[in-house]
Design a protein around this ligand. Structure first.
Ligand code: BG6
Length: 520
């Protein structure tokens, strides 16, 4: 395997300018649902990374809001989370500074009186620390509270503060079908203008996901062949080895199509398929994404399959089937795996199948995009190939490894070093993020939190985008809800998913790539 040499070493990188023009204005970040896992595991460590990088304004307060009476314990617990998830030493002086920023306020999400108190508390902190009127509300609660919180913020005048600006970040899931997403959009937009709304999909915070655009548009060699004339088909896989991890009640209402395909996978799809935007400004990028989603014809039900894992073995350890997970119905018909075949009916992509799949308890954790190019005429080599390893000449394959083993590989045919024959063997040119740029401790939320604080919506979903992807999948979800699958569970934990998914891709003359990861 050939490895590419990079021209930037980790040492060079640390010398690069830190982007001080990207320091947000002073303000208060208010996190609703702050006692949940997301805040401790992802948001606080990400904010701490921003602190360490010198990217937070000096005057920034972070107010955790939740139903429990946590008081000062909250800041202490967040400190513990940062140490646990960002690997920082407890004695790091930056950590002490950061913890100083953290406050807590107890509310009852449904009670208007709580918001009167919250408003007064934010004003108190603002006055005491001379912070001004900028507010960023982060909704990390369970989705049933989103609409109520937004309405209450509006009723208290917190969405349009007199002296300052406000914005709201809304976690996924944004609705559970087209009708609910539309209703939520209307509720949100009744209080906040679209320019104040940041619908978050954490996949867009991943470096490797953003790099898809750089790879495509900062390099000249791939764009001319990035189309139906040269691309045979595209596969996008989000495979997890994890099960539902105690989130049974949530997952029972979600399933793989809602949880991962409608959002994360569709975001990956647009970045592969979109036309070059005229700039990286929010409007241009979001407009191009929308064009891709709108060019997808309705997906026939036969082009979508579902699966549910039974008991099996993952990473050498026995695991229970989905129906035996805690707080999951023993007759559950929810899918833990979904695969889709779709087409994009535009001039660039018509006729190129896109195969998408997402599953829990798969054999390997890997999120990858592979672009398989068309096979050139190979008759001359076919006649000569005798080398055992080179019996099948493989087409060029470009693999974008989103996680883990982040990187990009290009497979091409090379002459095997045999004296007499012209044997062609597949080899890889491989770019590995860690080798090139060093190990990153970022979790993806850093970029998104910073952008939201700066008011940059480029990496966030627009209401039209969310509704368009829901419109594609709602008929499938309705058809599935009307018919409980008879053969669940239909794949063993630790396998590559159900047989019906193999048939789906075989119907297009293709096969899933299961040699995922750097070493395959
Ligand atoms: C979340 C889903 O949005 O994404 C989870 O709700 C899933 O079920 C997770 O495990 C995957 O994210 P990542 O970053 O671990 O690939």
């Amino acid at each position: 395997m050939a490895t590419m040499q990079m021209s930037v070493s980790p040492e060079d990188l640390s010398q690069l300018p830190r982007g001080n023009d990207r320091i947000p204005e002073p303000g208060i970040m208010v996190i609703f649902g702050a006692s949940g896992d997301l805040t401790r595991r992802k948001l606080m460590p990400a904010l701490f990374h921003l602190e360490r990088a010198g990217l937070l304004p000096e005057k920034l307060a972070i107010v955790g809001v939740a139903r429990r009476a946590l008081g000062n314990k909250f800041a202490e617990d967040m400190r513990g989370g940062i140490i646990e998830y960002s690997g920082v030493e407890a004695s790091d002086p930056c950590l002490a500074n950061f913890v100083e920023r953290i406050h807590y306020y107890q509310v009852n999400f449904d009670d208007p009186a709580s918001y009167v108190g919250l408003k007064a508390e934010l004003e108190r902190i603002s006055r005491e620390k001379d912070i001004g009127g900028r507010r960023l509300f982060y909704l990390a609660t369970s989705p049933e509270y989103f609409a109520g919180i937004i309405q209450n913020l509006g009723a208290q005048g917190m969405a349009q503060p007199e002296q300052g600006k406000a914005a709201v970040v809304i976690e996924k899931p944004f609705g559970h079908d087209l009708a609910s997403a539309r209703a939520l959009n209307s509720q949100v937009n009744a209080v906040f203008n679209e320019e104040q709304v940041f619908r978050i999909d954490h996949y867009l915070g991943k470096e490797t996901v953003q790099n898809i655009l750089v790879f495509r548009f900062a390099n000249g060699i791939f764009e001319p062949i990035w189309n139906r004339n040269y691309v045979d088909h595209v596969q996008i896989t989000v495979a997890e080895t994890l099960g539902v991890e105690g989130r049974g009640p949530f997952y029972e209402k979600a399933g793989a199509l809602r949880d991962v395909v409608q959002n994360h996978v569709m975001e990956l799809l647009t970045l592969v398929a979109l036309e070059p935007p005229s700039s990286f400004e929010a409007d241009s990028v979001r407009r191009e994404k929308l064009k891709v989603w709108r060019a997808i014809p309705s997906i026939p039900i036969l082009n979508v399959v579902r699966g549910q894992y039974g008991a099996g073995e993952v990473d050498g350890k026995p695991v229970v089937g989905y129906r035996d997970e805690s707080r999951v119905s023993p007759e559950s018909g929810i899918e833990t795996y979904a695969a889709v075949k779709l087409e994009i009916e535009n001039w660039r992509w018509a006729g190129v199948p896109f195969y998408l799949r997402a599953g829990k308890r798969m054999q390997k954790r890997a999120t990858e995009i592979s672009i398989q190019f068309k096979q050139p005429p190979l008759l001359i080599f076919d006649r000569l190939a005798r080398h055992a390893a080179c019996q099948v000449i493989k087409p060029n394959l470009l693999t974008i490894r989103i996680q883990p083993d982040e990187g990009i590989a290009l497979r091409f045919g090379a002459k095997a070093p045999t004296t007499m024959e012209m044997d062609v063997c597949p080899v890889n040119m491989d770019f590995d993020y860690e080798e090139a740029f060093g190990k990153s401790s970022a979790n993806g939320y850093e970029r998104l939190l910073l952008d939201a604080m700066l008011g940059d919506q480029t990496l966030f979903s627009h209401r039209d985008g969310v509704e368009t992807t829901w419109a594609l999948y709602t008929p499938i979800l309705e058809a599935w809800a009307a018919k409980t699958p008879e053969k669940f569970p239909n794949y063993a934990a630790g396998s590559w998913g159900p047989e019906c998914a193999d048939h789906l891709i075989a119907s297009g003359g293709h096969a899933w790539r299961n040699d995922l990861g750097r070493k395959g």
